[in-house]
Design a protein around this ligand. Sequence first.
Ligand code: GLP
Length: 227
Amino acid sequence: MDLTITADAAGAALSAADTITEVVRARPDAVLALPTGSTPLPVYRELAGRGTSFAECTVFMLDEHLGADPDEPGSFRVYVREHIVDGLGVPAENLHSLDGRAADPDAECAAYEEAIARAGGLDLAVLGIGPNGHVAFNEPGSDPASRTRVVELATDTAGEKGLTIGIATITDARRILLVATGAAKAPAVAAMVQGPSTPDVPASLLQDHPRLDLILDQAAAADLRRR
Ligand code: GLP
């Protein structure tokens, strides 16, 4: 695990943008998995400002809410159009999202997993982390061998369901970049880095990945013990 700790969230965004730029420069047609959420917004803004070209990249979004109205303001699709298509310039035809309104959500998930494989697998999976250690929508209890599937959501969205790429979909990626900022993420980050590798903390299942970059601001790193 390669750990970078920056002074603040802005610094973490710069560092994450550096890593993503490095991957895309080395391989302009890279296959990326990208998150929604608030953490990556300054990263996307920084990449858009730099003019890093994503014109040949293929992008798979990590997850979606089951039944989500795709055109509702604040929906994942609106986010994706604004930040990934318009912001980064990923061609719409190269962009894949899970359809929360698919008639057969299980078939939708199976087809998504297959599409990732057909694209040659993920060169880079960019992730955030939930306060309970979830990655994408892989909540506590997720199987390390899990693939793209329908899941029950925990915490603030309890009672709802989601569609998410699996833990194994993520660990199959050739490189993983996890970005966490803010004090609310500190306990999850400490459990991910210094706790045992356990489905109780889904992010900890990534610990042994051969190429894992973890970029934190000081607030998110606050609960790490000094070596
Ligand atoms: C959501 C998403 C995750 C995201 C996480 C953290 O539930 N499904 O993919 O990484 O929460 O979001 P944020 O960056 O807004 O804290």
